[in-house]
Design a binder for this molecule. Structure first.
Ligand SMILES: [Zn+2]
Ligand SMILES: [Zn+2]
Length: 237
């Protein structure tokens, strides 16, 4: 049992690990409206529609597990996490993601958790890498090893949030490098928000080039489809 602490969404005192029963229900309800999803990337789709991302480009990842849709009230929670003093949200959000992972067909044994590396400017702005913090708490919850330095950035790239959908792929191509041979290992790439999947695709293509047997994405939140420049200000793509 946890000591009573303020719920990280509504502030009411709760014993339920910083998220009260009402807010847990709100978060679950916010996802219930999306009944059809892309089997590959988790994008919410209209009945019978092809995925606008996966149908254009075969993704390098095998599947994506997301804890939340990036809609109210989850978007507020994710924005707080990604603010400069948001690192204290990592344990409760990692627990939500762990719960989502457990609800899906299980990951391969000894899957390695690898966070998406942050740009230097994002690290300077925030003081921490949200993806790395999620992986840190996810690792003991799922009983899986993590390897934060396995994928590095080769440069800064542009902020994905500033780019229209069609430019995101070009921006992430060649931006990530794997530093070791993987010889048939299974890798789960951990990120905070998944938008077009360009970042995840680029990293997983690199991991497969280095011998990964399978790759998947474990993401805290999945944004709904938007055709133009992203309407959300804090995400990594
Ligand atoms: Zn609450
Ligand atoms: Zn898809």
């Amino acid at each position: 049992m946890h000591l009573p602490a303020p719920c990280c969404l509504c502030g009411v005192r709760t014993r339920r690990a910083r998220l009260c029963a009402d807010c847990r229900k709100c978060l679950a309800d916010s996802m219930a409206g999306t009944t059809t999803r892309c089997a590959r990337c988790g994008l919410g789709l209209a009945q019978g529609a092809a995925c606008p991302d996966c149908s254009v480009r075969e993704p390098a990842f095998d599947r994506v597990i997301a804890a939340l849709d990036y809609v109210s009230p989850a978007d507020m929670l994710v924005r707080r996490f990604k603010s400069a003093d948001g690192v204290t949200y990592a344990p409760v959000l990692a627990a939500l993601l762990a719960q989502a992972v457990r609800a899906q067909p299980s990951l391969a044994a000894n899957t390695i958790l690898v966070p998406v590396p942050a740009s230097r400017s994002a690290l300077a702005r925030r003081g921490f890498n949200p993806a790395a913090e999620l992986a840190r708490y996810l690792s003991p919850l799922l009983g899986l090893p993590r390897r934060p330095g396995l994928v590095i950035r080769t440069g800064e790239g542009m902020r994905q949030a500033s780019l229209p959908r069609c430019a995101r792929m070009r921006n992430t191509t060649g931006l990530y490098r794997c530093i070791d041979r993987l010889d048939g290992r299974h890798i789960a790439v951990v990120d905070d928000v998944l938008t077009t999947g360009s970042t995840l695709h680029s990293i997983c293509a690199e991991l497969k080039a280095w011998g990964a047997a399978s790759t998947c994405g474990l993401v805290l939140a999945r944004t709904p489809y938007s055709n133009g420049t992203q309407h959300v200000s804090h995400h990594s793509g």
